[in-house]
Ligand binder design. Structure first.
Ligand code: SF4
Ligand code: SF4
Length: 616
């Protein structure tokens, strides 16, 4: 009788689980296929680190992350126990009285205790502490699930205290098993579905941060216009969000008081999918204004513990808007510059030629030169950034590096790609690839981190592979024999070390993962580095990326991202701010001017060259 009753509860719980899961599976399967499993070794390594070892969960919030990890590891340890109890309850096979099961049960005691501690900590955090990232409303669902988990652990531990074969033992068993079945029925419709889905989404997440596959115009792809266009990975992501708010609190736009909230983007996607609003325009699901507030800094994707990719949704939706002529006005002007003059400022080509001549740069010849220096739009036309490039040339010449430049360069296409103008990006990219191939270039050095990402990763999607490194990486290696000045700076009587703060550009620190080389260069020349809030591979954006360099700053809602970042840099108390990206430099100097501050800004190459000059 008891077995029959258990079968009844089991079938009901399973049916509820399967019905909800199959509804979601159908939604995911109906989307255009965007799953890929290339670069397996990288994916397996990340799976081990982020799923099994819970690296990303623990990294940003060590205490809460560790408690979550205890719950996760405990759940994994209980898988065999739960299976055996189900087999027993269903009357299929009784392994509960075997010696090995008894040993296994005893081994689970520390796991159960750890889960209990972890879940109580998380429950208090959600219900009482309520950090802003978790939302202002107390989630009843989260509390119910936490109480379920606590009950499971308590009923398990009670099995060691109650006498076997008694009514109390049977009642305890029933509570334990019915809670599991209720849990099963509840999780697909809750954020706890990530227990099932996150191993998949972490594995399926692209190895490339901010991966934006090329559109195939021959197949009439134009980007994401309606909910129907969302690919299978974006749909799966929407059902996996655990609502932790890591993406939200790390988003510079949200941090500066704008409407964009990457967590809301994912939850709005989930609502639209579950609500069957497939014909709704994505601009209406998220609001068009919000879509244009993203700087493409990559913080959301990089911090997400369950492998959710925000940028394919945000930029994909921008592509859809651009294809319908719905880009903001400031982008229209930039696109015109790119179309007419192949650079973002629409300046005459003679200005680049003048710079090339005055800096005595040779046209690249593979027989004579080791590397190609890619100037980029800023290097070709921005007088301020050209000073930095002159410093780079001076360092390279002092070390006998043979380098040249292309006779002609177009913009690499980053501002077009990241604002959703894929057609223009492909025109620029294909022209540049043709020229780079014709010139026989094997290695490129550039001072623009956006060029590193676009030429290195986006051009590779056309089958063009070239080694491209940021000047900080190249020069750090070049000067590796320069003795560290730190020791001499610490000798009595020497001048105290200069206090410097380094602003990691998003496309260097986060996208390229190059955070040691700029610091190594600074410390080698005696700088005392004061780290700002948000540094290294999780910097706070300067606000220029994703085409926002061109946005009308007066019309921006909230604060300016660059102002927020400038204050963070100022708070270090350092006398000098060092940057390593032309766009960071423009934005932060603008913030400095509006703050009326006298902080000194220096580009990394100018800083290094300035220290080398007296030794020459
Ligand atoms: S890429 Fe950066 S700006 Fe855009 S949503 Fe993510 S965190 Fe926010
Ligand atoms: S998208 Fe990722 S980081 Fe953002 S709330 Fe969801 S799970 Fe957390």
């Amino acid at each position: 009788m008891a077995t029959l009753a258990f079968w009844g509860f089991f079938v009901a719980g399973l049916a509820a689980f399967v019905a909800q899961v199959s509804h979601r599976v159908r939604i995911v399967a109906a989307g255009p296929n965007s799953f890929s499993i290339g670069n397996l070794p990288f994916r397996i390594n990340r799976f081990v680190l982020d799923v099994i070892l819970q690296r990303r969960t623990i990294r940003e919030r060590p205490a809460a992350g560790l408690m979550h990890a205890l719950v996760f590891w405990g759940f994994a340890a209980f898988a065999g126990y739960t299976s055996v109890e189900f087999l027993y309850g269903l009357g299929l096979v009784d392994l509960t009285h075997t010696a090995w099961f008894d040993g296994y049960r005893r081994a689970l005691v520390p796991f159960a205790s750890a889960v209990l501690v972890g879940i109580l900590y998380l429950l208090i955090r959600r219900a009482v502490v309520r950090p802003i990232a978790l939302g202002t409303k107390v989630s009843i669902e989260s509390i119910v699930i936490a109480l379920f988990i606590a009950t499971l652990m308590i009923t398990f531990l009670l099995t060691f205290l109650v006498e076997r074969g008694t009514g109390v033992e049977r009642a305890n068993w029933w509570v334990h098993m019915l809670v599991i079945l209720a849990f099963m029925a509840l999780i697909p419709a809750s954020k706890h579905f990530h227990l099932v889905l996150s191993p998949l989404t972490v594995f399926l997440k692209s190895p490339e941060l901010g991966n934006l596959p090329n559109l195939d115009f021959e197949k009439e792809q134009v980007g994401l216009e309606t909910v129907t266009d969302l690919g299978s990975k974006a749909r799966l992501d929407a059902f996996t969000c655990v609502e932790c708010g890591r993406c939200q609190v790390n988003c510079p736009a949200w941090g500066a008081g704008k409407e964009l909230n990457p967590k809301a983007i994912i939850l709005q996607t989930q609502d639209a999918l579950l609500g069957g609003r497939f014909e709704t325009k994505l601009g209406a699901v998220y609001s068009e204004q919000v879509l244009w507030q993203c700087t493409t800094c990559g913080a959301c994707e990089n911090q997400c513990p369950v492998g959710i990719e925000h940028l394919p949704i945000l930029i994909g939706s921008r592509r859809g808007l651009v294809s319908n002529g719905d880009a903001p006005e400031y982008l229209g002007a930039m696109y015109l510059n790119l179309e007419r003059r192949s650079n973002i400022w629409g300046l005459g080509y003679d200005q680049r030629t003048k710079f090339v001549q005055s800096a005595q740069l040779d046209t690249f010849d593979p027989a004579q030169h080791d590397v190609l220096i890619w100037l980029g739009c800023a290097g070709s036309f921005d007088a301020d950034f050209q000073k930095s490039l002159r410093s780079l040339f001076s360092i390279l010449r002092a070390r006998n590096v043979r380098f040249g430049v292309l006779a002609k360069e177009r913009c690499n296409g980053d501002p077009a790609k990241r604002t959703g103008n894929e057609y223009m990006f492909q025109e620029l990219a294909n022209g540049n690839i043709e020229d780079l191939k014709a010139a026989g270039v094997k290695k490129i050095v550039t001072s623009c981190p956006h060029c590193v990402k676009t030429i290195g990763a986006d051009y590779a999607k056309f089958g063009y592979q070239v080694e491209i490194v940021h000047s900080s990486v190249f020069v750090d290696e070049l000067l590796s024999d320069v003795r560290s000045a730190k020791a001499s700076a610490e000798r009595p009587g020497d001048r105290p070390a200069e206090t410097v703060t380094f602003h990691d550009p998003c496309y260097l620190g986060r996208y390229a993962g190059r955070t040691d080389e700029p610091r190594a260069l600074l410390t080698r020349f005696g700088a005392d580095i004061r780290e700002p809030e948000r540094n290294r591979d999780n910097p706070y954006c300067c606000g220029a990326g994703g085409g926002l360099l061109f946005a009308d700053k007066e019309e921006e809602p909230g604060s300016r991202i660059s102002d927020v970042r400038f204050k963070q840099l100022q708070a270090t108390g350092a006398t000098t701010v060092v940057t390593a990206c032309p766009f960071c430099s423009i934005m932060l100097k603008g913030a400095q001017a509006s703050a009326g501050a006298d902080t000194q800004f220096v580009d990394l190459m100018t800083y290094v060259d300035g220290k080398l000059q007296p030794r020459a």
